[in-house]
Design a protein. Structure first.
Length: 178
């Protein structure tokens, strides 16, 4: 048990050191990444668990209708498909926005880190390599973190979008006209 606690503190120290290495912008990027993954996990949970129940309810509602061929029936069908599609695509715009925002925050970290480098150069010249290195790390680490988070989000958000489109088409095929 003591080893587990020691390992936990070691991990916390490493995370703290990493956040300090990247400066204050890196904390915002990590927060955005956590928010992004929270929304993506919510969408995954919906797809794998709740969507099947919602799909069955929509199909049951459609099948319970006596009229499947009138203009009004077509409108009801389109409404049911649209409502199911809205549930599928919930939070996808937020996910896409967060994916775009992460590299931009990384760029902000680059700019603030380079400003720090220029401040050090203005005060002490180029002779203080340690201070210059700290500024360069504050310029590069947030950029890297923003890109890593954005890349992970791009792949999953595009997969979620494809699944939403696929399920919408599938629902349209299952809700047949008579």
């Amino acid at each position: 048990m003591q080893n587990l606690i020691t390992e936990f503190y070691t991990i916390l120290e490493a995370v703290r050191d990493f956040l300090e290495l990247g400066g204050p912008v890196l904390s915002w990027i990590v927060l955005l990444g956590l928010l992004l993954w929270m929304f993506m996990i919510e969408r995954l949970l919906y797809l794998f668990f709740s969507h099947r129940i919602a799909l069955r309810e929509v199909i049951a509602t459609w099948e319970a209708r006596a009229d499947h061929s009138s203009w009004y029936a077509h409108q009801v069908r389109d409404q049911l498909i649209s409502q199911a599609s809205m549930k599928l695509e919930k939070n996808l715009p937020i996910i896409k926005t967060l994916v775009v925002l992460c590299p931009l925050m990384g760029l902000l970290g680059t700019v603030t880190g380079m400003i720090e480098v220029f401040d050090v150069m203005a005060i002490s010249g180029t002779g203080n390599a340690r201070s210059l290195a700290a500024g360069v790390s504050k310029a590069t680490v947030p950029t890297m973190a923003g890109m890593v988070i954005a890349l992970s989000g791009v792949f999953l958000s595009s997969w979620l979008q494809k699944k939403a489109s696929h399920y919408r088409e599938l629902l349209g095929e299952k809700m047949t006209f008579i």
